[in-house]
Design a protein around this ligand. Structure first.
Ligand SMILES: Cc1cc2nc3c(=O)[nH]c(=O)nc-3n(C[C@H](O)[C@H](O)[C@H](O)COP(=O)(O)O)c2cc1C
Length: 180
């Protein structure tokens, strides 16, 4: 059965490596009949969580009325959530982390999400660099009771377009296609 997929892209760069990897995933997912709603959180105005606990007394609602509102609406209708991000200082970018922190409010109302995927790109040749990002992703989804459906990473990409021609694009497309 077709799935509703929400993809959060944490790169602030237009046509960057994350976007190319995400686009490959999206193509595959759409080819299999799924719907994909993609958010460029790196270019949206999403403030960090203030820990005001407004969401404790207003389940699913955040006191901050910024661009995160659009994402909340999509999360309450999503089956699968995809985190796509470049590595910035051994983790996901601050942009996507703000959106993740703000999901605190969404966790007080039921999200239909059952599974997730991670797409991540980075410059280093040392693959240890990606480990903290994967660890955080795995810890987060385990806590939320979500199942991992795939992790695609690409090392050695610095400038826009460096990912062109890499196997990870095919892997991301195939991961998208496998969702049905
Ligand atoms: C602020 C900043 C921090 C970064 N930190 C790392 C890092 O810790 N490790 C690494 O391998 N690459 C790091 N990079 C490189 C990016 O991950 C790399 O350029 C990536 O391809 C950018 O993805 P994008 O084209 O989707 O924006 C960093 C880049 C920036 C701008």
């Amino acid at each position: 059965m077709a799935k509703r997929i929400v993809l959060l892209n944490g790169s602030p760069r237009k046509n960057g490596n994350t976007e190319l990897l995400a686009n490959a995933f999206i193509k595959g997912a759409k080819d299999s009949g799924n719907t994909v709603t993609s958010f460029h959180v790196g270019r949206m105005k999403i403030s960090g969580c203030m820990d005001c606990k407004y969401c404790h007394s207003h389940p699913g609602e955040c006191v901050q009325k910024d661009d995160m509102q659009e994402i909340y609406n999509a999360l309450y209708r999503a089956d699968i959530l995809v985190f796509a991000s470049p590595v910035y200082w051994f983790g996901m970018t601050a942009h996507i982390k703000s959106a993740i922190d703000r999901m605190y409010a969404a966790s007080y109302k039921e999200m239909p999400i059952t599974s997730t995927a991670l797409l991540a790109v980075y410059e280093d040749t040392n693959t240890d660099t990606i480990k903290p990002t994967i660890s955080q992703y795995k810890a987060m989804i385990q806590y939320l009771g979500w199942k991992d459906c795939g992790i695609i990473t690409q090392s050695e990409v610095l400038n826009k377009g460096d990912i062109e021609g890499k196997q990870s694009l095919t892997d991301a497309e195939n991961l998208g296609k496998s969702i049905q």
